[in-house]
Write a protein that binds this ligand. Sequence first.
Ligand code: C2E
Ligand code: CA
Ligand code: CA
Length: 750
Amino acid sequence: EMIDDELVLLSDDLPSSGASPAGSPPPWKLLVVDDDDEVHTVTRFVLGNLRILGRPLQLYHAYDSRQGRSELCSHPDVALALLDVVMETERAGLDLVSYIRDELHLSECRIMLRTGQPGYAPELAVIQQYDINDYRTKAELTNTRLITTVSAALRSYQQLHALAEHRRGLELIVGAAADLMEQHAITNLAEGILTQLAALLKLPVDGIVCSQRGAPFGGDGEKCYVVGAAGRHAAYIARPLDELPDRRVVRSIQVCVAKRQHVFAPDHTVLYLKAAPNQEAAIFVDSGNAVAAMDRPLLEVFVANIAACFRNVKLVERLHDLAFEDQVTRLANRLQYIADLESAARARRDVIAALIDIDHFADLNDGLGPDVGDLLLIAFATRLREHLGDGCRLARIGADVFGVLGPASVVNADHLGALCYEPFEVGEYQLPITVSIGLCRHFEESATGLTLLKRVNIALNRAKRSFSSHYEDYRPELEENTRWRVEVLRQLRQDFQAGKLEVWYQPQVALASHTVTGLEALVRWPNGKGGFTQTPDVFIPLAEYSGLIVQIGVWVLEQACAEHVRLAQNGFTGLTMAVNVSIGQFRKAGFVDDVARALKNSGMPAELLELEITESIAMDEPRIVRQSLDALKQMGVRIAIDDFGTGFSSLGQLQNLPIDRLKIDRTFIQEIAQEKRGLYAETIVGLAGDLKVQSVAEGVETPEQAAVLRRLGCTTVQGWLYGRALPRAELDRWLRSPPLEVTVGHQPLA
Ligand code: C2E
Ligand code: CA
Ligand code: CA
């Protein structure tokens, strides 16, 4: 019989699925199971050299159902099985069918049953249940009919196979979209898309570039950037598209974005994706082949799905920005800064962290209004950006505190200090500002971000408190110190409230007459066991820092005044009473009133009260001090400059202050003992003479020091040579019979 040419030549009316390699197309696999040798021979003869739907046929032969099973196992991609029904048993062929469908689960494989005996037709139910394509008696199967039947079966197989592939593709897409939705960073999403696409098109994950408009990495919103790439393009992630050396890829993507549609070229594909009005992406697939028309709808579904993922990324990024960005200055916020500190520590990066605090920002904010305050913060952030450049992480940590993290060449006290050389232009104002800076370079790998922030903050707090320096480096000792300080302060507050502090009195002696002319009130913190919990050198600075000094100071003043009146009543009249005053007391409104009240309540004469302020206070905040001093002078109170010689007085300012005495610091008196001439003491005594004020030497411990001071013309001495500070209970006895040749004077000093 003639072979039906039409059927054989029907070949390419369906495009082949997938990108099959160039050269010979893969053959259809056919399995022939029959116990009749002749059937095999005839089948081989008829089908052997045929091409159906453009592909050759590959025949596998089995002679019983056992062999049939093993052939099926080794070739699960058999497209068509031609089975004899009756072999070793009457149903051997039918059993093989159930083996194919139920055990091997080969649903795409087509099945043709052949039987020699017409009477053995299986019921229709079986044919339907097992999806059998054809059932013929061998007599019916002429050669032509065999070819047409096989052709029909193979075409059916091809369609089933394509459908199954698409279902797999759709499942992949649905699964991919769910996976990709989880990708919150654009680069992760792009990488995921490439992997999923490669799986979908059965390509290696390579030669695929993904690019997006809408400033994915900040920067130019119109430019295309590579957001994800695999294989040879991988090095270009986060770079502008035009930097890609492969011009073909660049051009294809530009064309796709310009036309806003997919490009299906003979050797590559570019998918166009619009995620949001100003956000587009192009996905370049270097397929090496045209993507089959049948696969195109699949790709469109894929792209529609991942557009949602892109929108999702934008949304998550926005949320991230809100959570980690300061809304006033657009710098990173505290949370982000903490995370940055931690990752710098993890990565063992060689960096320095700095906190910068704008001095007196609250005053500016109160005085000029919060709008101006905000503008100043923005101006400061801008200055930071310009001054420190891109290599640094900048953040706003608190109201007026900024964080910097970067290399030591940029983040150092000198460089940061230069930030404020120029005043800040804020609206119509030119604001000169100063800053305090804390620095920290201690980044061990295990430190948390919060710990690191605390460290910089400790350094900053020290810098803020320091009168002499506007910056401070973190040292581990400081931290120990902080814990300890907090504890001491807690106990001080408690003991002060419980009335456990005492005021002791140290005599001051006039050198010329060797008479006791006054007392200095010095606070003490007894521990109840004959010793002291802490010395004033330790706890006074803490009290100053915490503000507790204001209450303690008023209390000392009241005690001193009361004691002065008591001593006068006991016959020790005309003595001066010196009381130390801290800057915190001066700053507090109403300090002058406190003094007036203490004098009035006690009845102590104002002329005998002497307030001691340290040189650094007098010089650092002349305006604050000036007003109060003038008011105090008005009341008749005397003023002494304490610790003179340790600060940096300007003589001009000194002359302008209404002072009565200079107290020469103890260190200059000690020098006299060390075989030196006491040059400083000499200078200060001379200066006091020029200023026409008295000089008091503190810490005189030896007769030599006293002799030198007398020769220099120092007015008054105070020190252990004459007497230590005494509790009030011992004061009367000491004054009644002072040691050495000292006598207690009764006349007020001139
Ligand atoms: P300061 O005002 O310079 O007080 C003089 C310090 O020198 C006192 O230390 C005194 O005991 C000590 N001193 C006196 N003579 C000698 C001596 O011959 N040799 C030696 N080595 N030291 C001598 P103190 O009482 O420990 O007070 C330390 C600082 O604490 C004071 O220095 C003062 O600045 C502050 N302070 C003490 N009491 C008060 C107070 O009631 N209010 C305020 N604001 N500060 C106080
Ligand atoms: Ca048979
Ligand atoms: Ca003093």
